[in-house]
Design a protein around this ligand. Structure first.
Ligand code: UDP
Ligand code: MG
Length: 139
């Protein structure tokens, strides 16, 4: 069983699509193994997105990610990392496939509703950024 970290970003929480995001994961046969709402500081957002520290969008992205509450969750299942990315759609909602979360709800390439880990390495880092082993339910 694979684990991935997904986030309903501040725009998704404001738009009221927390339940919609979770429903899409569960409908695809994925399990929610841990879940919480929190509000990141700018520093916490910078730490989470440290891989993007040299990108031109890093400052704006970390402002956005710390502008309001988010919902972080551990999603579990066979091929969870790629399944979640598929359900999310492309980073830029203009390029996201119809029926994906980003195509349906995102306003632009930054405010794109959801996050999902992109590899086993990032999933490991990202899950442990928010959750201890004790907080993650064992199947
Ligand atoms: N992002 C942005 N401008 C860009 C690319 C990305 O603002 O040109 C933001 C967007 O919110 C994205 C996040 O930075 O979700 C992380 O970028 P990444 O390339 O890792 O996209 P993701 O893995 O989220 O699809
Ligand atoms: Mg990414």
């Amino acid at each position: 069983m694979e684990r991935t970290l997904s986030i309903v970003k501040p725009d998704g929480v404001k738009k009221g699509v927390i339940g919609e995001v979770i429903k899409r994961y569960e409908s695809a046969g994925l399990k929610i193994a841990a879940l919480k709402m929190l509000w990141m500081t700018k520093e916490e957002a910078k730490g989470f997105y440290i891989v993007h520290k040299d990108k031109p969008f890093y400052d704006s992205l970390t402002d956005f990610m710390s502008e309001g509450p988010i919902v972080v969750m551990v999603v579990e299942g066979e091929g969870a990392i790629s399944k979640v990315r598929e359900i999310m759609g492309a980073t830029n909602p203009k390029e996201a496939a119809p029926g994906t979360i980003r195509a349906d709800f995102a306003s632009d390439i930054e405010r794109n509703i959801v996050h999902g880990s992109d590899s086993p390495q990032s999933a490991q880092f990202e899950v442990s950024y928010f959750f201890s082993e004790l907080e993650i339910m064992k199947a």
